[in-house]
Design a protein around this ligand. Sequence first.
Ligand SMILES: [Zn+2]
Length: 680
Amino acid sequence: MPFNHFSRLSLGVAVAALSVSALAQTAPTGTRYGSFGIDLTAADKAVKPGDDFWTYANGSWNKRTEIAADRTSAGGSVILADQAEQQVRTILDDAARDPAAVGPGAKQFGDLYASFMDEAAIERAGAAPLKPYFAKIDAAGDKQKLQVLFSTVGYASPVEVGQLPDPADPKRYAVAAGQGSLGMGGRDYYLEQGPKYDTFRTAYRAYVEKMLTLSGIADASAKADRIVALETAMAKVQWSPVQSRDLKAMLKPMDAAGRKALAPEFDWPLLLSTAGYGNFPTVYMTNSTALTELGKIFAATPVSTWQDWMKFNLAVANSGVLPKAFDQATFDFYGKTLADQPQQRARWKRGIALVNGTMGEAVGEVYVKRHYPPESEAKMGELIANLRAAYKERITANGWMDPATKTQALAKLAAFDPRIGHPVKYIDYASLNVVRGDPVGNAMRSGEFQHRLDLSRLGKPVDRTLWGMTPQTVNAYYDPLNNQITFPAAILQPPYFDPKADAAVNYGAIGAIIGHEMGHGFDDQGSQFSASGKFENWWTPEARAAFTQRTAALSKQYDAYEPIPGVHVKGALTLGENIGDLGGVETAYAAYQKYQADHGKAPVIGGLTGDQRFFLAYAQAWQAKLREGAARARLLTDPHSPPFYRVNGIVRNVDAWYTAFGVKPGDALYLAPAQRVHIW
Ligand SMILES: [Zn+2]
């Protein structure tokens, strides 16, 4: 039962961190990219920086780079992900030879991986591993029994329940309920008009039928029609990703009477107690109007249709550990059709992903020992301190916020809890029963293990040592309920973080990423949480109005961008990330100026000033290209703007960029000073 709307409000694609006094001020040596940390061969000098800064920085790279056949994107984060994948593979190979020498959990994750890799055994088993779970679904012959399964780990449900730090008191845990997920991903795939979406829907219906047939279910064609009709009905009433960003609407605490009045068709006491949350008198009922409508759909849909839908979902969720025909059908739809990915990832690579997803911290502990230089922590700590100092100066000097609100903002800034590299304690997987040769059972038991772990935390103070990402993840995140910024080990590498690179490069890359994560504390959502992580207003109405005026202007700028003909960036969906990017660049730039004040003015290196190198490093941190299908999926559901606009859409608001590159009226990205948005 994934429920991460809250604990990871801002978690997304790749964003990260930085360092100071240890950074080289003169032309450094030994960098991974170019002679000082920037790959000048990636640039396209034929493009004017003021016309298209992303292409100026990355155009030659873009022309010469092909996305790997088994990937939906290429770029710096993919290179690091590939590297981490190889490193984890070596750990797993070592675990297969001598688990005791590798570390705690190595026997288990070795067995997990071996079970996934044994394709012959998987083929021999056929669809039989699904049978015990299908039998449970068949036995759920009325709506009460169905709801017991809805709340049981491993089974699909139109509504989900889960736990999170209580927004009203984030030191303790609370429970929330909300709409479930849909087979095609975002609701737009069910509802958008046009031939492209018709093609997706036709392919999806065929895929549903195929999975039912492979699972040995009779009358698959008629059942597929009913399943798609059911999901389409749910898509119509679900809240969109933009609606779900409205925290005031989302965080609606309700008692038992309120829950019953909201969606009387569901047996809330049964749903909650089955999931282990029977003792919570108050529950946050997110997507409230959707829950009302989902209740009606639940009542109006025959038990048998729900049963077929649950079986289909079970087969999809386990298709990677079922025979080739299941696996191929799932890749053909999600990979080829939806994401435009020509080739499936090699089995061992998917095995790594499975192990990372199931026992990620056990593997991560070994990964950290082998591949994370401890000195990175001190360097990152310095960069974080410098970014925090720059934010402090900018908040103090900002002209649109009143003193009372500034005091609160500074208190929140001071309370940011940075976490670097890896957790102080790792999850103990000893009670996870991994059975060699039973990959479907392993997947189900893994879900149950995670849920038991969650439940074991209830009634205790919120555990602030938990991590939402593994150390081997190339990413970073901000968690508003704990007011924490977290930078896993795997992102603390070039092109994001390179102690050997020029200071300008580190400030422009990881510095802007640190600033981005801090910026989430002050974005449209994060700004509604106080220093303690509590969901409470600390703004005067005047300051909030001034903030909203600025963010609305940024949102409008992004609405105008159209990466795929007919598919625009959603300014309201991406607002939080764009606020983070803009604040991140402005603040990292200010921190870089402070660095020069302490260490002397940056020299010209490779014909580039320090300021030019700063912005180029920022643009190269977003050196990435995506297949159209993957780009479309992100535009519909992902709060992050496409990499191209994370560069061009941001720099055009930053005054120092105009100066650094002599950008003038008439250049395509030029905005008159009054049109530029400045927030943090
Ligand atoms: Zn972000």
